[in-house]
Design a protein around this ligand. Structure first.
Ligand code: GDP
Length: 184
């Protein structure tokens, strides 16, 4: 029997204010959803534990406020992230479109403060659109251009896609780190 390993991963969750970052983390870690909006002040984190192949993984999801007013404090919250999730909203209104355009800014900010860490994209609020109207080729080409790990269609409200999105990230992170650990 091999000895088990313990991993601790910090995952920063970023994107425009109100795209659903807090709701996604809450949905995944606590299994519930709140329609009331409460602004995240600076940042807050949620702990989540999982066991994969006998190894214990502790995750800290850092929910980082996207509003401009937190611009100066954000860099300190990114410190030592192992991965990042960029969230945007699929709403077809101005807000949703702006959150899509801002993906590039969030990507640049992560690169600047975290370096070359894995990044995934969550396209959230999928319950507000018809999935058949979604231009997946456009999202995939953005993923390819920015060399992101993957994208996931999520709804924090209905819960659809949320476990798959988070679990895929966790499993990929785990496999990346376990291969480094066991090769040494
Ligand atoms: P944050 O500022 O990015 O953390 O966004 P919040 O998680 O606070 O969500 C902002 C608002 O959008 C809240 O009123 C949520 O109830 C709502 N919301 C979040 N996720 C979803 C979703 O998947 N679908 C819908 N319809 N509303 C959502």
């Amino acid at each position: 029997m091999r000895t088990s390993h313990d991993f601790l991963f910090k995952v920063s969750v970023i994107g425009d204010g109100r795209v659903g970052k807090t709701s996604l983390i809450k949905r995944f870690t606590k299994g519930n959803f709140d329609t009331n909006y409460a602004i995240t002040i600076g940042a807050q984190f949620s702990e989540y534990k999982q066991v994969i192949e006998g190894d214990k993984i502790t995750l800290f999801f850092w929910d980082i406020a996207g509003q401009d007013c937190f611009h100066f404090v954000r860099p300190s919250f990114y410190v030592k992230s192992h991965a990042a999730i960029i969230v945007y909203s699929l709403e077809t209104n101005k807000f949703g479109k702006q959150s899509y355009r801002n993906i590039l800014n969030w990507y640049r900010e992560i690169k600047q403060f975290c370096g070359d860490i894995p990044i995934v994209l969550f396209a959230n609020k999928a319950d507000l659109i018809k999935e058949k109207n979604l231009n997946k080729a456009k999202i995939q080409s953005l993923i390819d251009n920015l060399d992101l790990w993957n994208y996931y269609i999520t709804s924090a409200k209905s819960g659809k896609g949320v476990p798959h999105a988070f679990n895929s990230l966790i499993e990929n992170l785990y496999h990346q780190y376990i291969s480094i650990t066991t090769n040494h």
